[in-house]
Write a protein that binds this ligand. Structure first.
Ligand code: CA
Length: 235
């Protein structure tokens, strides 16, 4: 069960969403404008936002940016516009997933469950801490430490690090990274590279002198614990 904020100006869609979510046992609040949504997110908070793109006061993409300025709460975009370029832009702007109207309640539930599971909150909490070498990643609290010091990561950097750390020592294909971290099924090599380089800087390493993050050209990315220094520890 999660507390869901429905941002939707169409009364029919809105009441259908509220009914479905309530039947699934979620607590639901709903608003019809972007400004009300921002107020709700800032003052009350929730576990997940379902955001209609066509709102009367602000364009949904502006609303998304403003929500992202306030909080990391997961946002699922609900749109009548099946415009691939726009959807990619929204995902890059921090949307967690999207649904093209009309969508079924079951489809919504499936997307919500996936988003909340991925973020380690809401319906499927995981308390475990991933440890790889000096890295400790707490998926539930969304905190990462390196050698006992907290890392100041953006949301995507955290998701990328946590996903790679969930499979240490394995070369994770780029398409899987895209699908899992960005919810995209194509493109995005540059996006991954940019985030990797930011992440490397925060981990104090470079592509040419890696400690944790290894790019395997044409294949993917591997995260593994650094080899301990000193000749006596080498095989
Ligand atoms: Ca609308």
């Amino acid at each position: 069960m999660a507390t869901v904020l429905v941002v939707e100006d169409d009364p029919f869609v809105r009441s259908a969403l509220i009914r479905h979510l309530s039947e699934c046992g979620h607590a639901v609040r709903s608003v019809g404008t972007a400004l009300e949504a921002l107020r709700e997110v800032a003052q009350v908070g929730c576990d997940l936002v379902i955001l209609d793109l066509g709102l009367p006061d602000l364009d949904g993409s502006e609303a998304l940016k403003m929500i992202r300025g306030l909080t990391d709460v997961p946002v699922i975009i609900s749109t009548a516009r099946d415009d691939e370029a726009e959807i990619v832009r929204l995902l890059n702007d921090g949307a967690d997933d999207y649904l093209v109207k009309p969508f079924s309640g079951e489809h919504l539930t499936a997307r919500m469950t996936a988003v909340l599971r991925r973020l380690g909150g809401g319906m499927a909490p995981t308390a475990k801490i991933l440890r790889v070498g000096g890295l400790a990643i707490d998926a539930q609290r969304r905190e990462a430490m390196l050698d006992g010091r907290p890392l100041d990561l953006t949301r995507r950097e955290f998701d990328l690090l946590a996903f790679l750390a969930s499979r240490p020592g394995v070369v994770v294909p780029r398409r899987e990274i895209l699908a899992e971290v960005w919810r995209q099924t194509y493109g995005g090599d540059q996006t991954i590279d940019v985030h990797l380089s930011w992440l490397r800087r925060k981990l104090g390493e470079t592509a040419s002198n890696p400690r944790y993050l290894y790019t395997v050209r044409g294949v993917g990315v591997r995260l593994e614990a650094p080899v301990p220094a000193g000749p006596e520890q080498r095989p």
